[in-house]
Write a protein that binds this ligand. Sequence first.
Ligand SMILES: *[C@@H]1O[C@H](CO)[C@@H](O)[C@H](O)[C@H]1NC(C)=O
Ligand SMILES: *[C@@H]1O[C@H](CO)[C@@H](O)[C@H](O)[C@H]1NC(C)=O
Ligand SMILES: *[C@@H]1O[C@H](CO)[C@@H](O)[C@H](O)[C@H]1NC(C)=O
Ligand SMILES: *[C@@H]1O[C@H](CO)[C@@H](O)[C@H](O)[C@H]1NC(C)=O
Ligand SMILES: *[C@@H]1O[C@H](CO)[C@@H](O)[C@H](O)[C@H]1NC(C)=O
Ligand SMILES: *[C@@H]1O[C@H](CO)[C@@H](O)[C@H](O)[C@H]1NC(C)=O
Ligand SMILES: *[C@@H]1O[C@H](CO)[C@@H](O)[C@H](O)[C@H]1NC(C)=O
Ligand SMILES: *[C@@H]1O[C@H](CO)[C@@H](O)[C@H](O)[C@H]1NC(C)=O
Ligand SMILES: *[C@@H]1O[C@H](CO)[C@@H](O)[C@H](O)[C@H]1NC(C)=O
Length: 491
Amino acid sequence: MRLQKWHGFSLWLVTLGFLQITSGAYVGINIGTDVSDLPSASDIVTILKANRITHVRLYDADARMLKALSNSGIDVIVSVTNEEVLGIGESPSTAAAWINKNVAAYLPSTNITYIAVGSEVLTSVPNVGQVLVPAMNYLRKALVAADLNFQVKVSAPQSMDLIPKSFPPSTAAFNSSWNSIIYQLLQFLKNTGSSYMLNAYPYYGFSEGNGIFPLEYSLFQPLPAVKQIVDPNTLFHYDSMFDAMVDATYYSIEAMNFSGIPVMVTETGWPSSGGSNEPDATTEHALAFNKNLISRVLNGTGPPSQPDKTINTYIYELFNEDKRSGPVSEKNWGLFFTNGTAVYPLILNTSDRITANSTGEFCVAKADADTDKLQDGLNWACGPGQANCSAIQQGQPCYEPNTVVNHASYAYNDYYQRMHSSGGTCDFQGTAMLTTADQSTGSCIFTGSSNTSSGGLTPSLAPSNPQSGSFSVVPLSRLQLLLWVICLALV
Ligand SMILES: *[C@@H]1O[C@H](CO)[C@@H](O)[C@H](O)[C@H]1NC(C)=O
Ligand SMILES: *[C@@H]1O[C@H](CO)[C@@H](O)[C@H](O)[C@H]1NC(C)=O
Ligand SMILES: *[C@@H]1O[C@H](CO)[C@@H](O)[C@H](O)[C@H]1NC(C)=O
Ligand SMILES: *[C@@H]1O[C@H](CO)[C@@H](O)[C@H](O)[C@H]1NC(C)=O
Ligand SMILES: *[C@@H]1O[C@H](CO)[C@@H](O)[C@H](O)[C@H]1NC(C)=O
Ligand SMILES: *[C@@H]1O[C@H](CO)[C@@H](O)[C@H](O)[C@H]1NC(C)=O
Ligand SMILES: *[C@@H]1O[C@H](CO)[C@@H](O)[C@H](O)[C@H]1NC(C)=O
Ligand SMILES: *[C@@H]1O[C@H](CO)[C@@H](O)[C@H](O)[C@H]1NC(C)=O
Ligand SMILES: *[C@@H]1O[C@H](CO)[C@@H](O)[C@H](O)[C@H]1NC(C)=O
């Protein structure tokens, strides 16, 4: 057999793990569907589950997706499309019908927690801006009438472009041409205990910043001592542009005399490839951004001015959307190809992965299954399925007998033991079956075997290449600092 075919895979395991840690902060993902070979709704949910994704945002209220997400344990933001905002904003009965069809019909089995009204309405369809808050109000009233307002909140994602000058954060303010709408929006959010939804893209802040901001700052990497980013008014240090953008939003809200409205980031990300005029869209940067973003968010702290506010965040996005128009980068924001393979190996702190209960059953390959299908299943289990396949590498305890059936059995079972409690099945295109017979032999211990000392269910980890955290903090001269801060303040 050709081990090489998937050997690479196991070294490039994706270990997302959009889990919620004790802080309560979470990282979710956006699901754009401008994809020519979009997987079926149930396959999408399989990919979400295999990667422990716990929160998703849809750009519409697609019936198949909402159905497939039922009883999945995944929290869902559904969206009113920009095209629908006008009709809803002009008619309470249209709003009520929308709630009945797209929300009430799926609760409680599909855990819809938010309705996102439009996508960056004020900046992308300004002529609809006047009815944005009325639309939100009508939807809210319909939720109240359906007695769903305690489960489902209403908000509206906005572009960072509403804040013309976001650095220094302490002086940031919304563009005053939208003052009255933003005032109504904030009042709605405040009255309903809902979050401000922010789309924040350090990628654009960096690539359009003409070199003013260091790349490290955009990628959550340590900053050289001479380039610490400091708000001259508050003297807060900003470790990342992401933090500065979120804080700029908090200060802008404060400048409107509102407080106590949490900011949730409904979109952020980094494209992994772009055209010849988009040199910053690389796999390396996309990986660094998303990996560091996840640990930043899961650390549970807020931006400098709001240290106790978690920054719940949705990564843009699940799939590369090949059908999107615009520059090449537009098609390359995804973490996954549609076959479920990761575009790049995103690594995450997997400290509190689900550890499955042993069922006393083992999932093994059928000896008479088609070899190509077994090979596909093996590739999938060791790749997107995140099975720990190290024991079937050459020289390892379960490598012999070196057959596809043997290796697939090990991989299928490892996948199954980790995933069955969250919906993983023992099927693999019909090439797998359950058995109560422990498959362990000698030093080859199958996951879930009662002979495994520590349960054998430790989560799979991708090899990590942590960036060097060893930069020394050289005291910064006041002048250097001031010059740098002034430069930034002039942006
Ligand atoms: C639905 O989501 C909310 C918010 O995350 C959570 O508190 C609740 O437990 C979820 N409900 C179910 C049934 O998963
Ligand atoms: C504010 O928004 C208006 C309307 O879109 C625009 O014309 C103006 O340039 C913006 N102001 C700033 C400072 O960006
Ligand atoms: C916020 O309150 C201050 C002080 O009361 C007032 O001067 C300012 O105009 C208010 N700003 C807005 C946007 O209402
Ligand atoms: C969390 O992230 C912030 C912002 O990068 C950082 O200042 C803080 O030290 C981190 N906290 C922990 C506990 O890692
Ligand atoms: C999945 O799709 C990508 C992109 O089309 C391709 O490079 C990759 O080889 C595919 N993986 C598998 C396991 O088919
Ligand atoms: C993972 O997170 C836990 C706390 O949730 C922390 O103690 C641990 O140091 C983190 N590990 C890494 C590699 O960041
Ligand atoms: C494991 O089994 C115990 C006892 O049967 C049960 O309470 C627990 O919820 C199970 N855990 C998971 C992750 O399935
Ligand atoms: C567990 O290990 C012991 C000794 O190593 C062996 O005698 C026993 O048969 C094993 N049990 C199973 C279920 O493999
Ligand atoms: C993968 O399995 C091997 C044993 O086969 C074990 O030594 C290693 O710790 C496991 N890796 C993880 C991340 O669980």
